[in-house]
Design a protein around this ligand. Structure first.
Ligand SMILES: Nc1ncnc2c1ncn2[C@@H]1O[C@H](COP(=O)(O)OP(=O)(O)O)[C@@H](O)[C@H]1O
Ligand SMILES: [Mg+2]
Length: 360
């Protein structure tokens, strides 16, 4: 297996050796893995009416938005926090209140080049959803505090997560978090996704990097961020995301039967809640155990194969990888195995997940 690295520097050491084969398990995906899995594949969203209207909504200085000077009048830009696909994340302070925020600075040029590079993260969708969430906020979803645009950049002012992302927290616990903390975190995440799905949107990129911890070491306030791969429920799906977290139907979406013409089966799935549930299951597994359940949800991956069809063998592997007896016996393990089921019908819905978590 090849080793995945976090896009931002300094997390390479997190990839660790796991399993009886000595394979390297991977924690995260690089930016390049968030592109469509085949560069020859057309992006169906570029054809869709929805896409055009969202894209047209991407603001620049010609719109009636305040400009960079207005941002500077109101905020002082602070330290660099992280690289983003289309720009960078900084901290910033509101001059009037001295409150701290995060600012996602997006380069308009990079956005407009997205089609050339076949990148499928869509900051225009992110902008649209952030605006919707400003009207229908949820405590566990990041929403827009302020927005500015000039010719070159968009500035999204967002609540600041001083605790960074959940991946960073899990990295500090090589054996994973305990069941109580895992439950606390995932109840919030299930509620957040339920809210998003009720609004008719799928997140599409649920991963530990996109889960924010508001205060360091305190898991009572968790927020999902990064709506760059968000899509309307029921719209045609694309094979995009981070490999480890992608549901099997997303991973195989670009496969076409032999002898058939190009793009015959594209798209082969519709956006639904089940794909977020699958990714949430992977997140929960990593949080609980400290390592990913498999490299990717493909039949060619021996760990995914065992998880689907030889649970006994998979359980033996988990024990040999050091998962504690308490976790092995927990109903949580059964829940997340169901969440990562290849069969979409077998995956529990968010209500069922919440009921199971409450019963722990
Ligand atoms: N509001 C925030 N507070 C603190 N850190 C953040 C915030 N938003 C994002 N980050 C950090 O920046 C990283 C990249 O941001 P994200 O919005 O996910 O961009 P991208 O679309 O490039 O993945 C996240 O994984 C997280 O570590
Ligand atoms: Mg992200």
């Amino acid at each position: 297996m090849k080793v995945l690295k976090k896009r931002s520097a300094g997390h390479e050491s997190f990839a660790e050796s796991r399993g009886d084969t000595g394979d390297k398990m991977k924690k995260t995906a690089t930016a390049s893995e968030r592109v469509a899995s085949s560069s020859s594949v057309k992006d169906p969203m570029s054809q869709a009416d929805g896409y055009k209207s969202v894209h047209a909504a991407w603001p620049s200085s010609s719109d009636s938005f305040a400009d960079r000077k207005a941002f500077k009048d109101k905020y002082v830009m602070g330290k660099f926090i992280s690289k983003a696909l289309y720009g960078n994340i900084f901290s910033c302070v509101a001059k009037e209140t001295s409150h701290n925020f995060a600012c996602k600075v997006i380069s308009n040029m990079r956005v407009h080049k997205r089609r050339d590079r076949n990148l499928c993260d869509d900051p225009t969708a992110e902008f649209q959803l952030l605006k919707l969430l400003a009207d229908r906020p949820h405590r566990n979803l990041l929403s827009l505090v302020d927005h500015f645009a000039d010719k070159r950049h968009n500035f999204f002012v967002l609540p600041l997560a001083r605790g960074g992302d959940l991946l960073t927290s899990v990295q500090c616990h090589p054996a994973g978090l305990d069941i109580k903390l895992t439950r606390e975190i995932f109840e919030q995440l299930a509620l957040a996704l339920q809210h998003l799905h009720t609004m008719g949107w799928q997140h599409g990129d649920v991963s530990l990097e996109n889960i924010l911890v508001i205060s360091p070491g305190d898991f009572s306030s968790i927020k999902i961020c990064d709506f760059g791969l968000a899509s309307r429920m029921g719209s045609p799906g694309r094979s995009v995301g981070k490999l480890t977290y992608m549901a099997p139907e997303v991973l195989t979406a670009t496969k076409k039967p032999k002898g058939e013409g190009k793009d015959t089966t594209w798209p082969s799935f519709l956006i639904s809640a089940g794909q977020d549930v699958f990714s949430l299951g992977v997140c929960m597994f990593v949080t609980l155990c400290g390592f990913p359940p498999f490299e990717s949800a493909r039949d060619s991956d021996p760990n995914y194969r065992d998880l689907q069809s030889n649970l006994q063998a998979y359980r033996v592997k988990l024990t040999s990888w050091g998962v504690s007896p308490i976790k092995m016996k927990s109903p949580l393990l059964k829940l997340l195995m169901d969440m990562m089921s290849k069969d979409t019908e077998k995956r529990p819905n968010l209500n069922q997940i919440l009921t199971c978590l409450k019963g722990l």
